[in-house]
Design a protein around this ligand. Structure first.
Ligand code: GUN
Length: 291
């Protein structure tokens, strides 16, 4: 069984990004600059954003964190976005999701300048991705594709089952895996909460991508021998033996499924760090005005 180590691979790729920054940013040329906007005090979102800002430091990027109170109105958030769009010292930014319920996520994504949309959520960029143009791709699916590429996992002609159909992960990863690309060229099934015969569909997967947000949902008897498993889930589970009182588990029951898998991502340390590495790549692309 091959452990798809997102920490180790991220460390390699981030060193490559740092080398580009060091080479390019001599003679007082400013480095790439990423900003993140967070609304409210969701602890998981705060932790994710902190990790993104820390990763910027690792690769020599500048970073800014903009914290807004939970009661921030949609108009106030749109004002913040308008300022970020105009700031010519800023290459890219993200608005951390989920947003409070009184804010319309679609309205926010539409307001982001597509050339600074390093999350790839603006319809311009999402549409370009769907059509196979070069553009910003959402960070989690992009990180998964980078991982499949670097670990040389064969995807052509394979049956890839995606559990979950979110705009952030399920839908874009299904698109990317089905494209005439390498990695890609897979036959893709999107399964979700209304899917019938889910167990049988999972059992027919050569590649299983779990992004449904239910702890340890995928059990050993749901997969076939030799399956490649990408676990996108990050769920907190109570654990009195841990100093924090909890531990992180994925959407896959790792102990059971790893016995049958040919390759599998751990949680934590699999897809999570790759997501952040993909965001850094997108920020480099925004800085270099590639799209
Ligand atoms: N929340 C969970 N994943 C993501 C992501 O990739 N980007 C943003 N902005 N919010 C998220």
């Amino acid at each position: 069984m091959l452990l798809l180590d997102g920490n180790q691979l991220s460390s390699v790729i981030r060193k490559e990004i740092l080398a580009k920054v060091i080479q390019f940013c001599q003679n007082d040329i400013r480095p790439p600059h990423l900003a993140a906007v967070i609304v409210g005090d969701n602890p998981a979102s705060q932790a994710y954003v902190r990790n993104k800002m820390r990763a910027c430091e690792e690769v020599g990027f500048a970073s800014s964190l903009i914290k807004k109170a939970i009661g921030t109105t949609q108009t106030e958030l749109l004002d913040v976005i308008a300022k970020l769009n105009e700031d010519n010292q800023l290459d890219g930014y993200i608005v951390q999701l989920p947003l409070p319920r009184h804010i319309d996520e679609h309205a926010i994504n539409l307001a982001i300048n597509p050339s600074k949309d390093v999350d790839g959520f603006h319809p311009n960029n999402f549409g370009k991705m769907a059509l196979g143009f070069k553009t910003f791709q959402p960070a989690t699916p992009m990180g998964i594709m980078m991982m499949l590429d670097r670990y040389k996992i064969e995807t052509e002609g394979k049956h890839c089952v995606v559990l979950g159909r979110s705009n952030i992960v399920g839908t874009p990863i299904a698109l990317l895996m089905s494209k005439k690309t390498k990695p890609g060229n897979a036959t893709v099934t999107i399964a979700h909460s209304r899917t019938a015969n889910l167990k049988e569909i999972c059992q027919s997967a050569d590649i299983l991508i779990a992004a449904l947000g239910i702890p340890k949902f995928v059990k050993g008897d749901m997969v076939k021998d030799g399956v490649v498993v990408i676990d996108v889930g990050i769920n907190k589970m109570e654990d009195p033996n841990s100093s924090k009182g909890y531990r992180l588990v994925g959407d896959v029951d790792f102990d059971e499924v790893s016995k049958k898998a040919s390759a599998i991502t751990p949680v934590p340390g699999g897809v999570g760090p790759m997501t952040i590495t993909a965001l850094l790549e997108n920020t480099w692309s925004a800085y270099s005005k590639l799209f």
